[in-house]
Design a protein around this ligand. Structure first.
Ligand SMILES: Cc1ncc(C[n+]2csc(CCOP(=O)(O)OP(=O)(O)O)c2C)c(N)n1
Ligand SMILES: [Mg+2]
Length: 293
């Protein structure tokens, strides 16, 4: 059992104040513990936590490319297994790295069944390079490559269902969690690293800079996502959904209104038709996972 009082992700890094992914890193490490090797992809977390010659990580940490963390982790795992070693090998990667550019490497690692835990901190866009949309960006969010304007209400595509894709690879353990519930992150990571095989965890990690909200409410925004039904916390064991976090749902408006990336849906006029489509996404999640109390 990992000692949750030990901090393996240190303060003093260079993330924005109130950064959701930085909180995710802290609680991931509480779950994985000191016997861990972290493999990172290119992105905000890599940049803000390891400006050479400094590092916020108190465990071995390796970065190679934007797209290949799962392949690097596969190699590390295979080499250490041969030597009879038992470190937890975890990838900590952004949604762009996970949903888009690194998917081929992740698919290979999960197909081969390496004993690794792949964790995506999902801030719902390519933040490090200036808020470009990714496969994790929600419907109608305005980003620099899906800008809302006269001809568009923002991102036209639905958020890709990565947990389902990785469960379909035969992963023994797939889970979603949120920085709103830090102990839940640590618990799920601890379970994943102690489950043989390739496991996947996706953490909802709001980005005050990219989503456009006051850093004082980062945790509130994360909670509102769950209350709206647009984010659901659950575990999937051998492809079967278990332990869903139930909520007393609120209309999606409250969550959307707090963020600049959805402001165009409310100002200068309220776009009922689009808000109804987003509410329908939340309602479909609620029906699929049975989240309503
Ligand atoms: C092959 C390649 N293409 C593009 C880039 C530029 N790049 C670096 S980080 C990044 C965005 C990362 O997005 P994400 O994985 O969501 O992490 P975040 O920055 O949001 O934390 C991009 C596009 C790169 N480093 N390598
Ligand atoms: Mg991102």
């Amino acid at each position: 059992m990992a000692d949750k009082s030990v901090e393996l992700f240190e303060p003093g890094h260079r993330a924005c104040g109130a950064c959701g992914p930085a909180l995710a890193a802290r609680h991931i490490m509480k779950g994985s513990g000191p016997n861990t090797i972290v493999v990172a992809s290119t992105g905000c977390m890599e940049v803000f936590s390891t400006p050479y010659p400094e590092t916020a990580w108190k465990v071995p940490w390796i970065h190679s490319l934007f797209e290949n963390a799962a392949s690097v982790a596969s190699g590390v795992e295979a080499a250490l297994k041969k030597q009879g070693r038992d470190e937890h090998i975890i990838c900590i990667c952004g949604d762009g790295a996970t949903f888009d550019i690194g998917t081929m490497c992740i698919s290979g690692a999960f197909e081969r069944g390496h004993n690794i835990t792949y964790i995506c901190y999902d801030n719902e866009a390519y933040m490090n390079t200036g808020i470009q949309r990714s496969g994790a960006t929600p419907y109608d969010a305005s980003t620099t490559t899906s800008p809302a304007g006269v001809h568009s209400y923002g991102n036209k595509t639905m958020k890709k269902d990565m947990p389902a894709i990785l469960a379909a690879h035969g992963s023994p353990y797939v889970a979603t969690c949120s920085i709103a519930y830090p102990n839940d992150i640590a618990k799920k990571v601890e379970r994943a690293v102690n489950t043989p095989g390739a496991c996947y965890i996706q953490i909802h990690a709001p980005c005050c800079t990219g989503w456009g909200f006051d850093g004082a409410v980062t945790i509130d925004i994360a909670k509102m996502a769950l209350q709206s039904g647009l984010w659901v916390n659950y575990e999937m064991v051998d492809g079967v959904v278990e332990k869903v976090k139930k909520v007393k749902r609120k209309p999606v408006d409250e969550y959307l209104l707090e963020q600049k990336r959805f402001r165009h849906l409310f100002k200068p006029t309220r776009i009922e038709e689009e808000i109804a489509k987003i509410q329908a996404i939340a309602d479909a999640n609620a029906a699929k996972f049975g989240i309503d109390i």
